[in-house]
Design a protein around this ligand. Sequence first.
Ligand SMILES: Cc1cc2nc3c(=O)[nH]c(=O)nc-3n(C[C@H](O)[C@H](O)[C@H](O)COP(=O)(O)OP(=O)(O)OC[C@H]3O[C@@H](n4cnc5c(N)ncnc54)[C@H](O)[C@@H]3O)c2cc1C
Ligand SMILES: NC(=O)c1ccc[n+]([C@@H]2O[C@H](COP(=O)([O-])OP(=O)(O)OC[C@H]3O[C@@H](n4cnc5c(N)ncnc54)[C@H](O)[C@@H]3O)[C@@H](O)[C@H]2O)c1
Length: 467
Amino acid sequence: MDQFDLIVVGSGPAGRRGAIQAAKLGKRVLVIEQGKRVGGVSVHTGTIPSKTLRETALNLSGWRERGFYGRAYRVKQEISAADLRRRLLITLDHEVEVLEHQFARNRVQHMRGKASFVDPQTLQVVKDDGEVLHVTGASILLAVGTKPFRPDYMPFDGKTVLDSDELLEIEDLPRSMVVIGAGVIGIEYATIFSALDTQVTLIDPKSTMLDFIDKEIVEDFIYQLRDRNMKLLLGQKAEKVIRQNGKVELLLDNGRHIVTDMVLFAAGRMGATDTLNLAAAGIEADNRGRLSVNPETFATNVPHIFAAGDVVGFPSLASTSMEQGRIAARVAVGAIAKEPPKYFPYGIYAVPEISTCGLSEEEVKERHIPYECGIARFRETSRGHIMGLDTGLLKMIFSLKTRRLLGVHIVGEGATELVHIGQAVLNLKGTVEYFVENTFNYPTLAEAYKIAGLDAWNRMGDIKSEL
Ligand SMILES: Cc1cc2nc3c(=O)[nH]c(=O)nc-3n(C[C@H](O)[C@H](O)[C@H](O)COP(=O)(O)OP(=O)(O)OC[C@H]3O[C@@H](n4cnc5c(N)ncnc54)[C@H](O)[C@@H]3O)c2cc1C
Ligand SMILES: NC(=O)c1ccc[n+]([C@@H]2O[C@H](COP(=O)([O-])OP(=O)(O)OC[C@H]3O[C@@H](n4cnc5c(N)ncnc54)[C@H](O)[C@@H]3O)[C@@H](O)[C@H]2O)c1
């Protein structure tokens, strides 16, 4: 039986970073991946495909130029599902190639097959041809991620009623679409299809959405969606979903009736732990298949078994999963692992983008911190005019006592890139003076930081409040 210092189950962001980190420390590492190619949900059905689809949709539809040329403007008149898929396949091939090369360079072994526990140290791997192997590891990192939540009452057929994995395989673009679930996945896809001029209706049983984002930003975002004719049915539930003659009929709990070409069901994801035979290792998952870990070491209740990435729950991001995997691997092989800085950015690649780092205004109020906000609209920047932007908002929150930046929140073009300026100032404990005293490139959207900084400073004055 083959023995390893670390066995990693899953080759998504957490598994990949963990494996390479342990290999860099000179350890013998094996990655077991059940998928045809390495990369995980992130590369094959999640982050990379959805972001490639978004970029292709915005390019082909001419979305970014519509501020100048009007809503009817299109770069390509007839956009097909094949147009969207072509670019997707090229991007995915690049991602897999880079990852395989990283594994090879760092002498990380990888094996294709489905892993499950035989005992706390031993995993059985079932290969596609039925061959069964056993491997042992001094430590094991479970980076198995999640899969879409697919309740029995939803009549999935992969064509007209789909989950977010199946959406990548569609043959024709729908003229109308209902998205069930106004979480990050539902919102991203709803707005991407709306940019392709699909008539989109977004339904969620909750009466609010994106509750972890600053309210003012969400309100601005919702205004933009409604302004372009997207239907938002919040606080409403689809009670019946029936497939009929190539269409889908929905009956909502308030009696409303909708007929649509396609339904995307995006109501959350489940930890992919059901086939791991966790009982043989002495570990238990919760009712959503998630594992609990020590938040500093990522160790499970069994000290040599670690878990990282989406399988441990919030924030369930590729970016944070990578860091968790790296920390878990360091602890697993006995190296020092520093906790990551407190504030990480959250990026929602909707159309328009939202990105945020630090405390929201609601959180600042809850903590009773005296504060002041500074706001800039992209249309106030010269770069915004050049780009034809009439929307986009950057908001910063500062403490009146320490003058330190507490949170940065952005909705609009480039938000997911711009947020890193605010993140750096936050983690380096910078104050409003950073934005007032520093020179920013001109013309840039980053100039919005200067404008928002001055906006707050004008109201704060230049003294520390004693409140
Ligand atoms: C549509 C969508 C869009 C997203 N967009 C973003 C985004 O823009 N930014 C962002 O930061 N995050 C995004 N995410 C989240 C991101 O994809 C995840 O946070 C990330 O993939 C989690 O990484 P992971 O390493 O935990 O596992 P995953 O990427 O889920 O990979 C787990 C791997 O483990 C394998 N596996 C599972 N069980 C076994 C087993 N028993 N044996 C062998 N192999 C097994 C699976 O086949 C899979 O390849 C998105 C997710 C989705 C679904
Ligand atoms: N840009 C990004 O970083 C990004 C993009 C996509 C996904 N992700 C990650 O993927 C994870 C999963 O995203 P998600 O959007 O699937 O889940 P989610 O849990 O964020 O949202 C699910 C939504 O579905 C609704 N819902 C729940 N049960 C329902 C039901 N039975 N019927 C109808 N609606 C129901 C909920 O009210 C909620 O609004 C998230 O945690 C997110 O962090 C991140």
